[in-house]
Design a protein around this ligand. Structure first.
Ligand SMILES: C[S@@+](CC[C@H](N)C(=O)[O-])C[C@H]1O[C@@H](n2cnc3c(N)ncnc32)[C@H](O)[C@@H]1O
Length: 296
């Protein structure tokens, strides 16, 4: 045992990421009766019980398998997929841009496979909650399993509800509304009703056409601090003397839209202008404030 630390041992029913290499890894619940067959040999679960996370076992073919404690990244990447999911590269910026943290209340429209739900719940727990809505019971059943596997069910309420046509909004004064629908602009007024002042609207938009329609709806519904992003992560293969970009990698996933609910008094709310065109024509306004102070 390392001094001062309680070492977590693997037990019956513990979740373990059996890690051979980056493309061969399996996330499983340990069951002492199970012998798991892989191309690198049999992983005997009995051998794993009582071991520490981070240690290793050998398969019957003598290959080394590391026993890693799964993180939310592993749960998202290994989730059963019934729909397109939101990838970690996009999840990370969503958290940073919105200040997502423990104790917050989030509404999600479009549960899908529950990968975004799992991520949101892992950050707002233990005092916060995610309310997630979908219209497809088959997707919801798969999402429920994924969320349960990640151990965050306690922080998630899932309901079958079409927010687009709902008469009454199910929540109010929430910190964030996240939308992953093909037509996110249709639920901007509903999201507005559920958000607290300055709360975040976030939308997952795989195409630019969606961003355009959404931007107009956000302006019309008095949202501000808008940002539309694409997160590009490039993996590097780092090896002595031959470090280079990896040939593998995720291509396009999605764009992400961010905006905050504001309330502009009627007399200040003149004709809605195009914020993007105005900003790029004025170099000062796109400069980071801190940098511009240094230059002057
Ligand atoms: C792309 S998936 C969401 C994927 C999810 N973000 C994830 O990470 O797994 C879109 C989901 O929106 C749901 N949906 C479509 N129309 C809806 C509506 N009006 N209200 C709620 N959900 C809806 C679909 O059934 C589908 O499950």
């Amino acid at each position: 045992m390392e001094s001062g630390l309680v070492v977590k041992k693997i037990k019956q029913n513990s979740n373990v990421l059996f890690f051979f290499n980056d493309s061969k890894k399996w996330l499983m619940k340990v069951s002492k009766k199970q012998k798991f067959h892989t191309h690198v040999g049999i992983i005997d679960h009995k051998k794993v019980i009582g071991k520490e996370y981070g240690s290793a076992i050998k398969t019957n073919k003598g290959k080394i398998i590391y026993l890693l404690e799964p993180t939310v990244y592993d749960y998202v990447m290994k989730s059963q997929r019934s729909t397109q999911i939101v990838y970690p590269k996009d999840l990370g910026y969503i958290a940073a841009r919105t200040g997502l943290q423990s104790g917050q209340t989030i509404v999600e429209i479009g549960t899908g496979s529950g990968s975004l739900t799992t991520f949101l719940a892992s950050l707002v727990k233990t005092r916060g909650h995610v309310y997630t809505y979908d219209v497809d019971e088959n997707f919801m059943a798969i999402a429920r399993k994924n969320i349960e596997k990640a151990g965050v069910s306690k922080y998630v309420t899932m309901e079958k509800l079409d927010i687009k046509n709902a008469k009454k909004m199910p929540q109010k004064d929430v910190d964030m509304v996240v939308v992953d629908l093909g037509d996110p602009w249709t639920v901007v007024p509903q999201a507005r009703k559920m958000l607290k002042g300055s709360g975040y609207f976030v939308a997952i938009c795989p195409t630019m056409n969606q961003l355009e329609k959404l931007a107009s709806a956000l302006w019309e519904n008095d949202f501000f601090d808008m940002e539309f992003t694409e997160q590009i992560v490039r993996t590097i293969e780092a090896r002595e003397g031959k470090t280079r970009h990896s040939f593998r990698g995720i291509g396009h996933t999605t764009y992400v839209a961010f905006a905050r609910k504001v309330t502009t008094p009627k007399d200040l709310r003149k004709v809605i202008h195009d914020p993007v065109i105005e900003d790029v024509s004025n170099e000062e306004s796109v400069e980071d404030e801190g940098l511009s102070t240094v230059k002057k």
